[in-house]
Design a protein around this ligand. Structure first.
Ligand code: FMN
Length: 369
């Protein structure tokens, strides 16, 4: 355990985090009037509310270009390290992640940016390392996207360079296949001279193997229908990590719609994922995966299935339902969830007032102090 990084190693056996709030519309491509605009004032309000309520973390998305459609979904985004630094200055105990595309960030600069965020937050910064997949974003940067397996080889060297800068006294060189860094220095070190928590969400074999070797946390997908599969996966993943002398927590991600009654929540989710969906943006998301009207026979069906699929595990219902669904995830050995909301500021109060106390009663969390 990276000592001193208390919020992610507190007594809450099921960690709660807010996901995607640095992007316009968060993670749900929608055209609803209440959609999330991701302006700074709203982000700051959300972070302070979550911090005071005892949420454990905030996880932004590293996104550089929107998906188009009526709203240009995720077209307005804050860069995550600067965003995290600002939020860390405004909060007192919540962990704030930066989501960093290793190939796009020079290691010397990134090491220092993250140390800066960590000092602003007194040891509450954490890193979600991603290698990128979205070709138009790489084209924008002028940096050539590597072959899939090479992306994770590069990321492994990049992380090793970070750790060297964060731990080595005085000057050192870092020589590897991709990186040739001479006379490296980095002062100050991260708070407590410990590495920030590092997580990764690669779903391929290469991504999983990378997490196993280099990270403290890993994101996997969870579906209600696949509890047994998820339980087996988490057990196998953690035990393989342990046999390599590593302790790795597994998290998942999803989208929450909580309303006073199940019917209200289901009606809203239906509205969000039907007439409320931004289909133009979702069509672009499919096109980026080379699924188009021209090359796919059942394209309309694929597109129709996108709004609910795109948000990951949809956790929809009354406060009792939400608490019970979280308990099911927890029961699979998963340590926490990063979830999005349509409007983080408007929807947080019901979760704080009604869902958190239920989780405390169920023994998954303790009350915020
Ligand atoms: C919780 C979570 C957060 C992610 N955040 C980002 C992100 O912010 N930016 C990004 O380009 N990819 C992000 N991804 C995508 C992953 O990093 C990864 O590229 C994707 O799951 C495909 O896996 P692979 O790289 O092993 O093929 C995220 C995935 C998950 C599950």
């Amino acid at each position: 355990m990276p000592s001193g990084r208390y919020q992610m190693y507190n007594d809450n056996s099921f960690k709660l985090g807010l996901f995607g709030a640095n992007c316009s519309s968060g993670r749900a491509a929608n055209i609803l009037p209440e959609r999330w605009l991701a302006d700074w004032e709203s982000c700051a309000t959300m972070a302070k509310m979550a911090d005071e309520a005892g949420f454990d973390f905030i996880l932004p998305i590293g996104r550089w270009k929107g998906y188009g459609g009526a709203t240009n979904f995720q077209g307005t985004t804050f860069e995550t390290l600067t965003w995290a630094t600002g939020l860390l200055a405004l909060t007192r105990s919540i962990t704030v992640f930066g989501t960093v595309h290793a190939p796009l960030f020079n290691p010397m600069v990134a090491a220092k940016q993250m140390v800066t965020a960590d000092h602003v937050g007194n040891g509450r910064f954490a890193l979600n390392i991603v290698v990128g997949w979205n070709e138009p974003e790489f084209k924008m940067s002028g940096i050539q996207q590597r072959d899939h397996a090479d992306r994770y080889d590069y990321a492994e060297e990049w992380i090793a360079a970070m750790k060297q800068m964060w731990s080595t006294e005085g000057s050192s060189d870092f020589q590897s296949d991709y990186l040739h860094l001479q006379g490296l220095v980095c002062e100050p070190k991260p708070v407590g001279r410990t590495s920030p928590l590092i997580i990764n969400a690669g779903q391929s074999d290469a991504g999983r193997a990378f997490a196993m070797r280099c990270c403290n946390g890993f994101f996997t997908n969870f579906r209600e229908a696949g509890v047994e599969r998820a339980t087996a996966f988490v057990e196998a993943f953690k035990s393989e990590a342990r046999s390599n002398g590593r302790e790795i927590d597994v998290y998942t991600q999803g989208h929450v719609v909580c309303r006073p009654t199940r019917k209200e929540a289901e009606d809203y989710f239906h509205h969000l994922t039907n007439e409320g969906a931004d289909y133009g943006a979702l069509e672009e998301a499919l096109r980026l995966k080379n699924i188009t009207r021209e090359n796919t026979l059942d394209f309309e069906a694929r597109l129709k299935a996108m709004p609910p699929n795109n948000v990951g595990y949809a956790i929809v219902g009354s406060p009792d339902d939400i608490a019970e669904k979280f308990a099911r995830i927890h029961g699979a050995g998963i340590s926490g969830i990063a979830f999005s909301l349509v409007n983080y500021v408007k929807e947080l109060p019901l979760l704080v007032q009604e869902v958190l106390p239920r989780l405390e009663k169920m023994g998954m969390r303790t009350a915020a102090t």
